[in-house]
Design a protein around this ligand. Structure first.
Ligand SMILES: Nc1nc2c(c(=O)[nH]1)N=C([C@H](O)[C@@H](O)CO)CN2
Length: 119
């Protein structure tokens, strides 16, 4: 299946289970993969036959920069639901959200989750 990919989106936000995260905030990295048929858009060269990835970015931004929540799973779920609601063409959505510097002692590149939802 073809994919639209938005990779390395970053947002400063205040999500987290710890009060410190809600007060200080941190950077969240979001990767998104939308599975859909891109052949019609490829053949027609018509933007209406695909999903505008700039619009998708704004959907993610609105959710990531909105009211703080505890879990990044909740953010990922909201993003997937909104994508399916806005775009009937999308058959599957993969959302990966990472925190590179959470207040968790230790040496690591990042911590995060990835969900895959199918229509
Ligand atoms: N599966 C998850 N585990 C944890 C999350 C999360 O969102 N999903 N969040 C936290 C805290 O906010 C952490 O970032 C700071 O202690 C812990 N585990």
């Amino acid at each position: 299946m073809d994919k639209i990919i938005l990779e390395g989106m970053s947002f400063y936000a205040y999500h987290g289970a710890l009060k410190a995260e809600n007060e200080i905030g941190q950077i969240f990295l979001v990767d998104l993969e939308l599975s859909l048929d891109l052949s019609e858009a490829g053949e027609s060269d018509d933007l209406k036959k695909t999903v505008h990835y700039g619009e998708v970015f704004e959907i993610v931004k609105e959710i990531m920069e909105n009211k703080p929540v505890q879990l990044i799973e909740h953010l990922a779920e909201r993003i997937a639901k909104q994508i399916f609601s806005n775009y009937n063409r999308v058959l599957e959505t993969k959302v990966k959200i990472t925190k590179n510097n959470p207040p968790i002692p230790g040496h690591y590149q990042g911590v995060g989750i990835e969900i895959v939802r199918t229509r």
